[in-house]
Design a protein around this ligand. Sequence first.
Ligand SMILES: Cc1ncc(COP(=O)(O)O)c(C=O)c1O
Length: 386
Amino acid sequence: MTDPDLHVTQARLRRKRSVKWTQYGDDVIPAWIADMDFPVAPEISAALRQIIDMDDFGYPPANLNDRAAKAFCNWMTTRHGWTPDPARIFVGSTMMQLMHAMVMMFSEPGDGIIVQTPIYPGFLSVVAQNNRRLDENPLRRGNARYEIDMDGLRRVIDPRSRILLLCNPHNPTGRCFGKDELQAIADVALAHDLIIVANEVHMDFVYAPARHTPFAALGAEIAARTITLSSTSKGLNIAGLRCAVAHFGSEALQTRFKRINTHIMGTPSIFSIVGSEAAWKFGGPAQDKILQQLDANRRLVAETVRSEMPGMAHFPPEATYFAWLDCSALNLKQSAAKFFLDKAKVALSPGGDFSSYTDKFARLNFATPPEILSEILSRMARALKG
Ligand SMILES: Cc1ncc(COP(=O)(O)O)c(C=O)c1O
């Protein structure tokens, strides 16, 4: 049973204009792009409705950005035990925009950018599109989870390596890296004079007993070389509003960033700032409900894969609402995502988008009411029984 606040029908979802529910035909259930299907918290909708009711569509003043920055800092303090400095925050539009901006401002063409693959495809494109070198550090498959290959990390670094683009929690594997793992990365960054760009957009989806550690919270020395990127676009499901923040762990980093031509960054709209401020100010209880539902969903996926999809391998995620499904042993004649699209009418994210070696994987987004998730899983199980 879904919590009534999180309930939504397929019929309603199919009336949306956003890409998740419009990319495929009505016979397909989408479980791909990282939007959740749950309704948005009423506090956020109310804040947005006020803008409409007042025809408040004029130029947003700069202090609106400051309000969003402060709300983010309070959220980080209360939910993640780390207090960023609001004065060190740049408010932008999207995580991808900020990742591109950081790569442009903190490295030169040809420099190495370290990435732990498989990885959210935007990490690969930010390296390629800025003509940087991909320093690939594949995660190792452990017994119950994927792990950072620390020897591999040291091996991949050379004098042109500049930035470690960290994804924590990690999309698509669902790893929430522990303090010790992050500290090991920090030690390498300090030894090799790397800048860390920490993409922490999935920070609010961590299942107990795991706990999110903001990278910059490891200590002053590492914070001084860390740029933290985050957003409430995932946490409270408002990706379409387009607001993300960058926090500079030192004045030197912030000063260097300020050389950017801010005009090409655009400015977030009044909707995006007010919506994000409301999310960070009032979204705690809604976030808790969502996480509880996702935890139940994560268990449902694990149980169904184990009992109904023999041969499919899957480590239940410690964080995120993704199940990273290893279909290598299924001997499918096509990529895993294509198989499930054709035979199950379920749209997953193709594993091949996340690295050159994961074509036999697919990523399932399980952030949907359990009734819809059950339908997704039974369609997949039926297709495999074929
Ligand atoms: C790790 C990560 N970074 C960035 C993005 C994209 O965020 P945005 O739409 O704000 O660019 C996503 C979306 O799924 C993501 O998972």
